[in-house]
Design a protein around this ligand. Structure first.
Ligand code: SF4
Length: 327
């Protein structure tokens, strides 16, 4: 009997980051659309991209989800799902006015930031919200207390901030920022506002910080780091920046394996691979297969944390699911 041939060693390896990919909030949001399609039937309307990933959006569209920008595009009385990034209170009001059945797939960790914003606004604080201008999450959070919230879009934005009372100021943040850049922004804010208060608990979520942490671990050993994720995904874009800051020689963001340019791999011996929090792992496996076909057959998974958090589906959906099983 002949021994099976061993895979030839090429000296080319992949450092595969873990944690990577889906977080608890994304998993819940995608499941919300899937369950709503099963329960109510197509079409189901979704306000904005449910999560910022091209593949996920295309897959749900094929099953009968219709993605819209605003509630007014949803027919009166239809079902609309609000995305994981959260919405301002006025969006719920608009839905009510159009008699829409609204299901809120906002990540509970985004809801937590909304609650902090409401609480500090009720206590008449000035709130400095660190985040990216125009990002849906920031628009939703700022909408909770527009008269009290100012956006701080990175360290260079600090100098233009003015507050009513420097003794009564707190900072909050978007959940998907760079941990290091946010620390820098806060340090600069504190030089101007020494009594600035911090959020009661971290606003940058566990998934964002865990994915950045493992990328920092692998980046110094990598000739190139490939991040699977979409361009409008804040946490995915941050992963490329973090990899470069931590010493990767190059970093690229791709939605799909076929977008990888062979030139990126030409002189590489070690490729780092990770994915943003809205990316299903099948896309990472396609990249692994693509890399293996180019000699990167040796895969080491580098694990810096084990994530076990899960969130239950939105109450309004669970209630209807229960009623359907009873009926
Ligand atoms: S990245 Fe964080 S805040 Fe955003 S959906 Fe995932 S767990 Fe929630």
């Amino acid at each position: 009997m002949t021994e099976p041939e061993a895979t030839p060693k090429t000296g080319k390896r992949v450092l595969l980051a873990k944690p990577r990919g889906y977080c608890a909030g994304v998993d819940r949001a995608v499941q919300t659309v899937e369950e709503a399609l099963k329960l109510y039937g197509a079409p189901i309307y979704v306000r904005k991209q449910i999560v910022h990933n091209k593949h996920v959006v295309q897959t749900l569209e094929a099953r009968g989800a219709i993605f819209v920008e605003e509630n007014e595009e949803v027919p009166e009385g239809a079902t609309v799902i609000f995305s994981a990034h959260g919405v301002a209170p006025e969006v719920y009001e608009q839905a009510k006015a159009r008699s829409l059945r609204a299901i809120d797939a906002t990540c509970p960790l985004v809801t937590k930031v909304h609650q902090e914003a409401k609480r500090f606004a009720a206590e008449d604080y000035d709130i400095l919200l660190i985040g990216h201008e125009g990002h849906e999450e920031v628009i939703g959070t700022a909408g909770e207390a527009p008269a009290h919230i100012q956006l701080v879009d990175g360290p260079d934005d600090v100098d233009r901030i003015t507050v009513r009372d420097p003794n009564k100021v707190v900072w909050l943040s978007q959940t998907t920022l760079s941990v290091d850049e946010t620390l820098e922004t806060v340090a600069r804010l504190k030089t101007r506002l020494p009594l600035l208060q911090s959020p009661p608990s971290d606003d940058i979520c566990y998934a964002t910080s865990n994915r950045q942490h493992v990328v920092k671990e692998i980046a110094p050993d990598c000739d190139v780091v490939i991040v699977v994720g979409s361009r409008n995904s804040s946490n995915s874009v941050r992963l490329v920046e973090v990899a470069l800051d931590a010493g990767a020689r190059a970093g690229h963001l791709v939605d799909f394996a076929h977008e990888i340019d062979d030139a990126w791999l030409a002189d590489a011996r070690t490729v780092g691979l990770t994915s943003g929090a809205s990316v299903p792992d099948e896309l990472v496996h396609e990249v692994l297969a693509h890399l293996a076909a180019r000699g990167f057959t040796d895969v080491d998974e580098v694990v810096t944390a084990n994530e076990r958090l899960t969130f239950s589906l939105p109450q309004e959906l669970k209630r209807d699911m229960k009623a359907a099983t009873r009926g």
